[in-house]
Design a protein around this ligand. Structure first.
Ligand code: ATP
Ligand code: MG
Length: 400
């Protein structure tokens, strides 16, 4: 049995929790993604604990607990200033709608719990001694860098179609290949994907598109026709096939969306609805719109100082990132230098505001806004110094 001798602190601090369950006569293991990441030497963001104790039994063993997902068997235990999610071993049965199980059944057997997990590398468990329980050759697949369904892949994707997106997501994040039979099953069942909510598809798509192996994963996403079942991608394979041939992939979500929109050649007025179809937030939508806008502008001419000001630093840096990924020549240093040299970076940096203009005798109304914009532009281009005095002189000149 493979044994990990030195466990990272994130596991060590949880051991007393597992021990308490064991001392009460139950089984308790670390399970899922954290074991995979531990064995791969990846960063471990959280750990999952599984136990043979039923939720009520877990609750009776600890002073402070929260019913996080009690119906699904998950209880959060607060222990020595930390919180731990403990989930009862369970099986999931009769998936009639190709997504979540109709109901979960709590069981006392670890094997049953591991069997319901998606991929062999995600079906590993570890006890408090650091010993790895590997019932489905997850260790072999980890070594061979393979994403392989637990059991019959056709059955597993029928149960839950989201797993097909998870497969390409893990390919990208872990730089793994897709095992042949698992890939074949996705090809056969890709048209079940629309049964899954867009939000859940989107989360996996973003992880796939921003992972270190996104280009290879994207190729499989296209080859298996999964791409036909996501918002606004149907019939667009040819345009999207540029993605796998990019020199490198995006690591920021906003860059990913901007690149997809540019590859799809979406006209400006369709960007909002595209982003909405994917259930993206308004903030992400606005951000991506501004990146695509600046990208288009960059490919036509060098942006003016005022255009750089309007874009803002984050959008500028993000657009440079997108241009580099798309292989569009861009003098990023010069652009950043020019941005850095702008006399003001936001309207709040302007030495005056509307109130100042009213006090100077300008009548409130549309003309006032236009004057303010004019002053701002002159300050940005360096024609006018950003000070109350210089602006007062300018105003006096106007009324003279
Ligand atoms: P991440 O690093 O993204 O958190 P993870 O493997 O921990 O990766 P989670 O979504 O947190 O992924 O799920 C935790 C574990 O639960 C998985 O490792 C897997 O064993 C199981 N799991 C999650 N989603 C599914 C699913 N749709 N079908 C089957 N098992 C699943
Ligand atoms: Mg996880």
């Amino acid at each position: 049995m493979k044994k990990i001798n030195e466990l990272p602190p994130i596991f060590l601090s949880a051991i007393p929790v597992l021990k308490r369950l064991e001392e009460a006569g139950y089984e308790a293991y670390f399970v899922g993604g954290s074991i995979r990441d531990l064995l791969l030497g990846r960063h471990i963001h959280d750990i999952d604990i599984a136990t043979s104790a039923y939720p009520e039994e877990v609750k009776s063993l600890f002073h402070k607990t929260i019913d996080t997902g009690i119906k699904h068997g998950t209880v959060t235990v607060l222990f020595e200033g930390e919180s731990y999610e403990i989930t009862t071993f369970r099986t999931e049965s009769s998936y009639q709608d190709f997504r979540r199980p109709d109901h979960v059944t709590f069981v006392r057997s670890l094997k049953e719990d591991l069997k319901r997990r998606d991929f062999t590398i995600n079906a590993l468990a570890m006890n408090t001694e650091g010993e790895i329980v590997d019932l489905f050759n997850g260790l072999g697949d980890l070594n061979n860098h393979l994403i392989k369904a637990v059991g019959d892949p056709m059955e597993r994707f029928h149960e839950d179609a989201l797993r097909m997106m998870r497969a390409v997501r893990f390919m990208s994040q872990l730089k793994f290949d897709l095992e042949d039979e698992t890939k074949e099953a996705i090809k056969n069942l890709h048209d079940l994907l629309p049964k899954i909510s867009v939000e859940r598809i989107r989360d996996e798509f973003i992880k796939m598109g921003t992972g270190p192996n996104s280009r290879q994963a994207f190729q499989v996403f296209l080859d298996t026709e999964l791409s036909e079942g996501v918002p606004d991608f149907a019939g667009k394979k040819e345009l999207l096939s540029i993605f796998p041939s990019l020199k490198f992939g995006p690591s920021m979500e906003s860059s990913l969306w901007a690149i997809i929109i540019i590859l799809l050649k979406l006209p400006n007025e369709q960007i909002t609805s595209f982003m909405r179809d994917w259930k993206n937030s308004n903030a992400m939508t606005t951000n991506v719109e501004r990146i695509v806008e600046l990208f288009d502008l960059l490919s036509e001419h060098s942006p003016s100082d005022y255009e750089l000001f309007k874009a803002g630093k984050d959008v500028l840096l993000n657009t440079i990132d997108v241009a580099k990924i798309l292989g569009q020549p861009v003098n990023s240093e010069a652009l950043v230098d020019r941005y850095t040299a702008l006399p003001i970076k936001s309207s709040a940096d302007l030495a005056i505001d509307g109130r100042f203009l009213i006090n100077a005798g300008i009548h409130p109304g549309p003309g006032l806004g236009e004057l303010l914009t004019e002053i701002k532009q002159k300050v940005i281009t360096g024609e006018l110094e950003n000070s109350e005095e210089a602006i007062t002189v300018y105003l006096n000149g106007l009324s003279a």
